[in-house]
Design a protein around this ligand. Structure first.
Ligand code: ARG
Length: 588
């Protein structure tokens, strides 16, 4: 379906042409003075220069030629040359009625659907998920849903970190604690045990312990490094142990992501790129891109236009150990081979920007993907506490994701408990749904690249620009619709009527902008645009609701028009929150 702007533009362009001017002056935007008009066209100002005429004269000509056009309620030329537009009520109600009848609410699927790999989540094996991973999961999940809604083929990949030094650290620490395990016996040729020699709880204690030890003890650090190289080179015992680490932590990660309503299509790992590394490195050498510098293999990536220094990209250390850059490059090779994507989007902390600049440049120079394949880095900001510093527990430790979610759920529960009518169990269940909305909306309503303050009280509030407020509006609509049906009416037959009040028309105008919003949000990788939009929808609904007594309306036809309208509000809000990755309960 064409957007309202496109439809108005068509009329305006036609009018400019009919008056003897070029059609392209008929560009229309949403009014920046909603008190004066709904849409505006500033084309007469630009045309004035080209045609050497007073802009107001052009605007008057164009406006006059649209007199009587049924799309407009009012179209006027105002000084110095604006064309102010109000659309006709019947036009806008017709438009949203068509939206309501369409499964995708009038959103067209992309003309050229793309295959898109989204690399998000990025958890590290054997390290507990912490709030830093939260943003990647939340933003990436939303992008995945947006692009999929628009008809693209989207592959969400968790890209587990399982190939770096942390693995060597764990292996070495396990070795110190249980040196007699068969994994460390080089002469062992039998089968390795099926059971892992540790639980997830133990594993999570082993990593920080080993990491601290490596900082204090250079000897241990060296051993961990050597263990990493040995693992990367395929040592049998280490590989078996590493498989246990993977198994135990992936099971735990899956549980955690499920609680976040985050779902990956692929659970690929850094290590999956290992088979592609030798050939890729050889190719980099053959093409004359990679050379040895201070013992390590590097590729120059600086460009003349750089404003800051971009150091060479390290490809391999002198002992043959591959690095984060190496696995990321080889993963591009792998993705190209498996999916031939039109683009790859990385949703990663913006502090990793340099890493991705280097990786993308090597990928381009070496032509790991065709020139037209887009490589996009969506770097997100830090989630801070109220003190403006990276979010911590009250005791100052790293906040685990599970604990953070628990605290939010509890805060929502406390609020709901005061006037709850359902059972304890039900209230807890609803608090979880609302809590997730609080977290996700709190995050997504900020521009991704910005740091933001994670404020439990504000995010959980049922008023203001929050997830719970949006849910509250949906719940309110659900309850009106239910009462309407309980009174013996059917919501199915209701159809949208032209607006009779200002609040009603404003609500319709906002609803009609769904399509533009979703496309723009996808284009700019900006879920916060959807948040801004639904906040406006919720507010417009709230105003309409306060000026209209829907259930007590005596005129049955009018009432059924209202019902059809709020059904559409519900459909739009529910579609949007689904794109953001959360859902609404039936009551709260
Ligand atoms: N595991 C990494 C980390 O925790 C993030 C991975 C992001 N994705 C990538 N392809 N490098 O920092």
């Amino acid at each position: 379906m064409k957007t309202v702007i496109e439809l108005i533009e068509k009329q305006l362009s036609g009018a400019f042409e009919a008056c003897g001017y070029e059609a392209s002056y008929g560009r229309v935007t949403i009014s920046n003075r909603p008190d004066l008009c709904e849409y505006q066209c500033n084309g007469a100002m630009a045309a004035a220069k080209a045609y050497k005429k007073a802009p107001i004269m052009i605007a008057e000509d164009v406006a006059a030629s649209l007199e009587g056009n049924s799309m407009f309620e009012e179209i006027t030329a105002v000084k110095p040359g604006f064309i102010n537009i109000r659309v006709a009520g019947a036009f806008i109600s017709d438009y949203i009625a068509k939206m309501a009848a369409d499964e995708k609410l009038g959103c067209e699927v992309s003309e050229k659907p793309e295959t898109i790999v989204i690399d998000y989540g990025g958890p590290n094996v054997a390290k507990p998920l912490h709030v830093g991973h939260l943003r990647s999961a939340i933003i990436g999940e939303s992008l995945k849903r947006m692009f999929r809604f628009l008809g693209n083929t989207v592959i969400g990949d968790a890209h587990l970190g399982d190939w770096g030094l942390q693995m060597g650290l764990i292996i070495e620490e396990v070795k110190e604690r249980q040196p007699n395990l068969c994994y460390f016996d080089e002469s062992y040729t039998g089968e390795y045990p099926k059971e892992a020699p540790f639980t997830i709880g133990e594993l999570e204690e082993i990593y920080p312990c080993a990491s601290a030890k490596s900082k204090a003890d250079p000897d241990f650090a060296k051993k961990a490094h050597d263990a990493t190289v040995k693992l990367q080179q395929g040592n049998r015992g280490y590989t078996a142990l590493w498989n246990h680490i993977l198994e135990v932590s992936v099971a735990d990660l899956k549980k955690n992501y499920k609680n976040l309503n985050v779902e990956f299509d692929l659970w690929k790992k850094e290590s999956d790129a290992q088979p592609y590394i030798p050939d890729m490195v050889q190719m980099l050498k053959d093409k004359g891109l990679a050379y040895v510098s201070e013992g390590a293999l590097v590729v120059d990536v600086k460009e003349d236009t750089d404003k800051k220094e971009i150091p060479p990209c390290l490809i391999m250390k002198s002992d043959g150990a591959s690095l984060y850059q190496t696995t990321d490059l080889a993963t591009i090779v792998e993705r190209e081979r498996l999916f031939h994507p039109d683009r790859i989007i990385y949703v990663v902390d913006k502090r990793q920007e340099m890493h991705f600049t280097q990786v993308f440049r090597v990928a381009r120079k070496a032509k790991l993907v065709p020139d037209e394949t887009k490589l996009q880095f969506l770097g997100f900001g830090t989630m801070n506490g109220k003190d403006g510093k990276p979010f911590k527990t009250r005791e100052g430790g790293v906040m685990r994701l599970e604990r953070l979610i628990g605290e939010i759920d509890q805060a929502v529960y406390e609020k709901m408990k005061e006037n709850r009518s359902g059972s304890e169990e039900e209230t807890r269940e609803i608090a979880k749904t609302v809590g997730l909305a609080a977290i996700k909306y709190g995050d997504l309503s900020n521009q991704a690249s910005k740091d933001y303050i994670f404020d439990v009280d504000r995010f959980c509030s049922f008023e203001g620009n929050t997830g719970p407020y949006i849910l509250y509006m949906i719940v309110r609509i659900k309850s009106i619709l239910k009462k309407y049906e309980e009174a013996g009416n059917s919501v199915e037959g209701a159809s949208i009527l032209p607006p009779t009040g200002k609040g009603e028309k404003d609500l319709m105008l906002i609803l009609s902008r769904f399509h533009d919003t979703i496309e723009q949000a996808a284009e700019e990788l900006a879920p916060h645009k959807i948040c801004g939009y639904i906040y406006n929808v919720a507010d417009a609904f709230s105003s309409f609701y306060h000026e209209t007594n829907i259930l007590a309306e005596p005129d049955k036809e009018k009432q059924s028009g209202y019902i059809a309208l709020i059904r559409l509000v519900r459909h739009v809000l529910e579609t949007c929150i689904d794109l953001l990755g959360f859902e609404a309960p039936d009551r709260m």
